[in-house]
Design a protein around this ligand. Structure first.
Ligand code: ADP
Length: 469
């Protein structure tokens, strides 16, 4: 039928535009490495901010004692206690408590806000049974603060601006750990803020604690980011900044990466134009969980406008973000013979009833195209980082031939709901990694899933930056 052909044509066009051949992925790899260089050369030199974290000491498993973490993500926060016994894989135990921040505090004063948090922390800390590990040591805490910060040292950083509904005006341009520290003193709690970090850095710390070959960390959930360990002398923009350390963790803010080699479609262009932050977070808008569902929704909408295979169009179609990434994963991974899950989601969410099996298969294909592109681009991004630090195996090429130079075992810590819950996304990513690197090199690159870098990882950073050391 003509209508069917029109719908197939829409899908075929998307498929062509989303093409991620190995050649194209290699161009993305190179672009990532080039942009990393540029972002390290000067402030504002690239869309990649390449933020200095001042983290020089990653935990290595020898840490001992009890450490705390405070994870301030948004409208709730978590406090954690982690016991370490100096034997790498043995994080003896950890306890977590989740608390909601009362609405009125989001627009209050920094004193009221941090007094509230300090009270909760005090209650939590005082519940500790005096185990051997914690006696005679000053208690220390790592702070994960998921707002834009200008980091000054590992334990100080200035709030640039609030996001996520917060508006505590007197805190802007103030040193966040110092505000927390003052509140802790007011509450009479002897707890030192030893580290201020971004959640991706926590993931790297946790990965490195368990495996010293860990050189980078990636988070792919609702949003996406990456950080890695860089040689200090390669961070040109911080030269003059006296440091005795050989390396520093750099927070890439890779969601903002952009390159003309990225395969961009009209759906991406529209999504970007209608977003609250047009022209920002271009890479993130192609690869993270926040957006994949909405790209698929836009393609299905186009199909239904071009052909009548979906019957009349419900208003649900034009609602941004109505189709979430977990829903497209459920459609894509539907293994029932008649694609019942696809049918259910089309009916319940998009209000398209009675979609024939043939059309359901086409929908499934669309989910696959968008997810595959995302996963393969993420893989190229990861290899871009490895290339920048000479861990992609290309350093060994002599006279056009790979030399026998040994590729070192290289571990990348990875975390986030998109990667850990969406099996096909993960498989596409691994497949692309192998295609780009080739088997001989790829076998030395290990992606390791970590869990709770922003909590446990941050407590570990408090340990590796402890004044008790
Ligand atoms: P965060 O919101 O802090 O990134 P997570 O790392 O847990 O938290 O990631 C949650 C995101 O992961 C969701 O917003 C969604 O995009 C994605 N996600 C979660 N579960 C699935 C799933 N089953 N399939 C596909 N994506 C998923």
């Amino acid at each position: 039928r003509r209508e069917w052909k029109k719908a197939v044509r829409v899908v075929r066009e998307v498929e062509e535009e989303c093409e991620t051949s190995v050649e194209r992925l290699r161009q993305v790899v190179d672009a990532m490495a080039v942009e990393m260089h540029a972002g390290l050369a000067s402030e504002g030199g690239s869309k990649l901010k390449m933020l200095l974290t001042h983290v020089h000491n990653l935990p290595n498993g020898s840490e001992r004692g009890t450490y705390y973490a405070l994870d301030l993500e948004g409208t709730y926060f978590r406090v954690l206690r982690v016991h370490l016994n100096g034997q790498q894989s043995a994080i003896l135990e950890h306890e977590v408590e989740l608390q909601t921040i009362p609405q009125h505090l989001l627009t209050s004063t920094s004193k009221d806000f941090f007094d509230f948090i300090a009270s909760s922390l005090k209650e939590f800390v005082e519940k500790e049974d005096d185990s051997e590990l914690s006696v005679a040591r000053r208690k220390e805490l790592g702070l994960t603060f998921s707002f834009p910060i200008k980091q000054i040292s590992v334990c100080s950083g200035i709030l640039i601006t609030w996001t996520k509904g917060f508006s505590i005006v007197d805190m802007v341009r103030k040193d966040v750990p110092a505000c927390l520290q003052e509140a802790l003193v007011r509450k009479g709690l002897d707890l030192r803020v030893a580290a201020l970090v971004n959640d991706t850095v926590g993931t790297l710390a946790l990965g490195h604690y368990h495996d010293a070959d860990t050189v980078a960390a990636i988070v792919i959930g609702t949003s996406t980011n990456a950080c890695y360990l860089e040689r200090t002398d390669a961070i040109i923009k911080c030269q003059g900044l006296l440091t005795t350390s050989r390396s520093m963790v750099v927070n890439m803010e890779w969601g903002n990466f952009w390159s003309s080699h990225l395969p961009r479609t009209s759906y991406d262009i529209d999504l970007n134009a209608e977003s609250p932050n047009p022209n920002d977070q271009g890479f993130e808008k192609m690869i993270s969980g926040m957006y994949l569902g909405d790209i698929v929704r836009r393609i299905i909408l186009k199909m239904s406008l071009e052909s009548d295979i979906l019957g009349h169009i419900s208003s649900k179609f034009s609602m941004p973000f109505i189709l979430s990434t977990p829903m497209i994963a459920a459609m894509h991974e539907d293994d029932s013979p008649n694609l019942r899950e696809v049918e259910r989601i089309l009916k319940d969410i998009l209000e398209i009833p009675d979609v024939p099996l043939k059309v359901r298969k086409l929908m499934m294909k669309v989910c696959g195209i968008v997810t595959r592109r995302a996963a393969r681009l993420a893989a190229a991004g990861i290899i871009g980082i490895l290339k920048k630090i000479g861990r992609d195996g290309s350093g060994g090429i002599t006279g056009g031939r790979r030399s026998d130079m040994k590729m070192r075992r290289t571990v990348v810590a990875i975390e986030g709901g998109l990667y850990s819950n969406y099996t096909l996304f993960r498989e596409y990513l691994h497949e692309a990694l192998h295609e780009i690197l080739g088997e001989d090199i790829a076998k030395h690159v290990i992606l390791k899933v970590t869990e709770d870098g922003s909590g446990i990882g941050t407590a570990l950073l408090a340990a590796s930056h402890s004044s008790n050391n």
